[in-house]
Design a protein around this ligand. Structure first.
Ligand code: SF4
Length: 256
């Protein structure tokens, strides 16, 4: 993953210079600065990952099939884990299969998922996603994504109404083991304070950046430990820097 960004951009860089027929010293200098900055950020991210792992351990997760993970993640939008889990359990108890959810009366699905909030939006969103998958794949199964490149798989998921970068990244990471990096409000806030991203970088753009910064094969544990840090210590209003396991690595703490 980390090598990929350099390879990709070196190709781009070479193409630019081949087109002009000679190397531009300005482009070379800019490129060198950019590579150096990325290497610094990758080292910084690795140090944060290690410190969090030492403090919190290596978290594990229950792997769902792709369709179940997609539905669960749509339910999780704008709510907490407890409400998502309650809504998901009610939906599974009410319908034995995803086919039955897809074909059900909309009001029945909306009623089942009410604990997740925004049920009038999420119900149709889930049913539309299930219909699109059935139409395009012939069945409610999206395991074909594992045979695609990550950009291709992400592009396909983003083609479903109501699926944004975070939802797509969660499915690709937690079901298919791809090096996607979901960025929720906690990950966005914490990476900004630590100094892993520019202060103005949007959450959507932070997905792409963190994919490049995360140590190889560590996206899942790193993502989950950043969320834990945000929930338990690096609160939105009053971060508890004194007890923070990454305070020695944090730009916000150093600037206080
Ligand atoms: S040192 Fe403070 S601001 Fe930095 S990550 Fe820890 S709690 Fe957040």
């Amino acid at each position: 993953m980390v090598v990929g960004i350099f390879t990709c951009n070196l190709h781009h860089y070479s193409a630019l210079n081949n087109a002009s027929g000679r190397f531009s010293s300005y482009s070379l200098a800019s490129h060198t600065i950019w590579v150096t900055k990325m290497e610094e950020l990758q080292r910084h991210a690795s140090a944060v990952y290690v410190a969090l792992r030492e403090a919190f351990g290596t978290p594990h997760w229950t792997r769902l099939d792709g369709v179940s993970e997609l539905v669960s993640t749509i339910l999780s939008q704008n709510t907490n884990d407890r409400n998502r889990d309650l809504a998901y359990a009610r939906l599974r108890a009410r319908f034995n299969t995803w086919d039955l959810v897809r074909d059900a009366e909309q009001s029945t699905v909306v009623d089942a998922i009410r604990p997740a909030g925004l049920a009038n939006q999420k119900g149709p969103r889930i049913q539309n996603a299930l219909r699109k998958i059935t139409k395009e794949r012939g069945a409610l199964n999206i395991d074909f994504l594992s045979s695609l490149s990550m950009p291709e798989a992400k592009g396909w998921l983003l083609g479903i109404d109501g699926v944004g970068p975070k939802t797509a990244a969660i499915v690709l990471l937690f079901t298919y083991g791809m090096p996607a990096f979901p960025v929720d409000t906690h990950v966005h806030r914490v990476t900004g304070r630590i100094g892993l991203r520019d202060a103005k970088l949007s959450a959507d753009a932070t997905h792409d950046l963190m994919e490049q910064l995360s140590p190889l094969d560590a996206s899942g544990p790193f993502h989950l430990n950043l969320i834990r840090l945000g929930r338990e210590i690096c609160h939105a209003r009053t971060p508890e820097c004194g007890i923070c396991p990454v305070k020695h690595l944090c730009a916000y703490n150093k600037a206080r």
